[in-house]
Each structure stands twice: as structure tokens, then as C-alpha cells.
Ligand binder design. Structure first.
Ligand SMILES: [Zn+2]
Length: 381
């Protein structure tokens, strides 16, 4: 898979086990073609009549790189691929693809948990890997809003529940980018404003939380917990589904909040980032507590992903870059994330060694840091 002229030390480092610091559960059931296609890409809608989501960079990548894992030739037709998937059954397909990724530890965002998705522990069992949980803040808030009777209950229970959930997790995650955008007021909201907002919230708790005051309260409550337990906080930034207003997902828009966290020493991990990965690399280069990962960007841009990784590497400090597959629903996403990470890094590192910019030993060290070492340090695995 990797270029033949890559120095052995770099090849070994790139093929070493990875820590996937951001992923979701994959489907446990056998999928129809329509169900499978809905999970190719982020649109979550069927392709227009007469077309298929296999005609996307990710669709082509599945046929290229996942077919051989199911004992098929590369580039087989979608129907042949899906037929083989049915024949093997979801359990076997998940085991093969998760194990082919060479991931040794999954950090699973359990905020989308559903009966048809593998749990964090099951992801580990199927993948022959360790598994830990990342707690999604907005999911915890929803659970509390569903049960709290009055505003003070809401505030107390939210704090207590975050402490309890954090005790079993290795990190927290915010999707505030989806709810009010990253250009939020970075200050901690006053208690009075939170109580008033919580009373409004509790009058219709089934609604999705979009109130910036309560979202900021949730985030600052999480900051208190993260500081006490030395946990990193992940942020969704950039690329996501159609729910997201992309113009408000540039991580540079949360510079004020990043600055506010600096004295607290809480690691801020920027996920996805694309097409703002250069801004993200910049933030990681100027703030000591900011880390970056382009995650599912590599899977979804597939054949074009090496260029994006190159752009990230223009500026990101080597001790700040992480790997994730961000697989969701399809185990194919996990395997492809690992494939394109390794291919992209091999190209970028190989060129630096060949031109004499770096030694092979330096390139190998950088590959180790990005593939697993940085995640082990940041999440204290
Ligand atoms: Zn994700």
C-alpha cells in the first residue's frame, strides 16, 4: 500500500497501530443497498433518482480499498461489493474492516448511541482493540432537560451528571458548532441569565437546545469538570452534515474561548476542521493547549486527501496532530480513515526525507506522534 521507496523506519512507523481518538459506533445489522448508500457521505439523503452515492470520492474508495478486505478484487461494482457484504454478514464485515484498520484503541463518541450501533465496548471487541468513551455534552444536557422540574434542579443535576459521566470517560465533546455556531460569546454566563434561560428551556424540554446562554453554561460547566479531571474537550469544527451552518464552523471564530481556556491548561481538540484546516493548524501553532485532527475529511475526500494532509502539515506542530477515522455507521469509514492517513503521511514524509529536509528517523518519529503518541499523551491512555 505504501510507496516502495519509503525508508523502512518510516514505513514501520506508519504501519504501527493507531489510536483512533474520535469515532462513533458502526451498524450491527445487515444493510440494504438503500441503507448503505445513506451512510456514504454526510448528506443522509438518497442520491437523486438515477444516480448513486457510490459516485463520490468515498464511494469509489470503498470499492478500491474495502473490496480486498472482503476477498474481492479492487474496483468491483457496487452490487458485487454489497452482495459480498450480505454473504459475510455484518458481524464478520465489521470485524474484518475494523481489524484491517490497525487501530489499537478506539475513543468512541457515544452521543449518537442507538440500539443498531455497536457500543464503545463492542467496537473494541470487534476491532480487537481497547475502547474508551468520549462524553457528548449536548446529549447529557438533553437527558437532564428531559427530567429536571425547575431551573435550579436543572443546573445542579447537569453539574452532577457531567461529573458522573466524566468519571468513566477519557474526554468530553462539544457540538456547539451545530447548535449556535463557534462565534459564541466566550464569557461564562451569569447565574441569573442561566436560571431565566433554563426556565424557558424546561417549558419545552424536547426541543433541541439552541439557546446560546444554556450552551455556554453547559460548556463552562464542562470546563470545570475537565479541569478537575484533567480531561481534554473535543470540538466539532468544519465539515459536517447539512444541519451545520458551515460559515459558523470555522475554529478561528472561537479564538476568544480558546484564549479563555489557556490559563486552565485544558486541551482543546479541534475535530474535522476542513476546509478550515489551515486556520486550525495556525491555532495549534500559537496556543499551547490546542490540538488538531482532520478526521473524516480524509475518508470523504479520499483520492484528494493527501493534499489536505499536506496543507495541515504546512504549519501544525508535530506534537499537536492526531489521527481519527470518525467512522459512523459503516466500518468501511474506519478502514478508509486509516488507509488515507497512512497514504497521505507516507507521501508528505517521504518527500521531506527525499529532499533532505528531514532525516528518516525524524519522519518516523513524526509518524508515531501523529498516529498514536500524541493521543496517548493528551488522553492519558
Ligand atoms: Zn464525529
Amino acid at each position: 500500500m505504501l510507496p516502495v521507496d519509503l525508508p523502512d523506519a518510516v514505513r514501520d512507523a506508519l504501519l504501527a497501530p493507531l489510536v483512533d481518538h474520535h469515532c462513533h459506533g458502526v451498524r450491527r445489522d445487515d444493510l440494504s443497498r438503500a441503507q448503505f448508500e445513506l451512510l456514504i457521505g454526510e448528506s443522509r439523503t438518497p442520491a437523486p433518482p438515477g444516480t448513486t452515492h457510490f459516485d463520490t470520492p468515498l464511494g469509489a474508495a470503498i470499492r478500491r480499498w474495502c473490496a480486498p478486505v472482503l476477498d474481492l478484487e479492487p474496483h468491483v461494482a457496487p452490487a458485487v461489493y454489497l452482495g459480498r457484504r450480505q454473504e459475510l454478514g455484518a458481524g464478520e464485515v465489521n470485524r474484518r474492516l475494523l481489524q484491517a484498520s490497525g487501530v489499537v484503541a478506539f475513543l468512541v463518541d457515544t452521543g449518537l448511541e442507538a440500539p443498531d450501533l455497536l457500543s464503545a465496548a463492542e467496537m473494541g471487541r470487534h476491532g480487537g482493540a481497547a475502547a474508551d468513551e468520549i462524553v457528548r455534552l449536548e446529549q447529557v444536557e438533553q437527558d437532564i432537560a428531559d427530567t429536571a422540574a425547575v431551573a435550579v434542579d436543572y443546573m445542579d443535576s447537569l453539574g452532577e451528571e457531567l461529573v458522573a459521566r466524566a468519571a468513566r470517560a477519557v474526554g468530553l465533546k462539544s457540538i456547539i458548532a451545530y447548535r449556535c455556531g463557534l462565534d459564541f460569546d466566550p464569557s461564562r454566563p451569569s447565574r441569573g441569565s442561566v436560571i431565566a434561560a433554563a426556565n424557558r428551556r424546561l417549558s419545552d424540554p424536547r426541543e433541541r437546545l439552541v439557546d446560546p446562554i444554556l450552551l455556554r453554561h453547559l460548556l463552562w460547566t464542562a470546563v470545570d469538570v475537565a479541569r478537575d479531571r484533567a480531561l481534554p474537550i473535543q470540538f466539532h469544527t468544519g465539515y459536517g452534515d447539512a444541519d451545520l451552518d458551515m460559515s459558523r464552523a470555522d475554529p478561528a471564530q472561537m479564538t476568544g474561548f480558546i484564549r479563555a481556556l489557556q490559563p486552565l491548561g485544558i486541551p482543546v481538540v479541534l475535530l474535522h476542521c476542513y476546509p478550515f484546516h489551515r486556520q486550525a493548524a495556525y491555532l495549534a501553532s500559537v496556543f499551547p493547549h490546542v490540538y488538531v485532527d482532520v478526521g473524516l475529511t480524509l475518508t470523504h475526500t479520499a483520492a484528494g486527501s493527501a493534499r489536505i494532509l499536506d496543507e495541515l502539515l504546512e504549519l501544525v506542530p508535530f506534537h499537536k496532530q492526531l489521527f481519527s477515522s470518525d467512522c459512523y455507521g459503516l466500518a468501511e469509514g474506519c478502514h478508509l480513515g486509516a488507509v488515507y492517513f497512512r497514504l497521505g503521511m507516507a507521501g508528505a514524509l517521504g518527500r521531506r526525507v527525499e529532499s533532505g529536509e528531514w532525516s528518516a528517523a525524524d519522519a518516523a518519529r513524526v509518524a508515531h506522534m501523529a498516529g498514536s503518541g500524541n493521543a496517548r499523551r493528551v488522553y492519558r491512555l
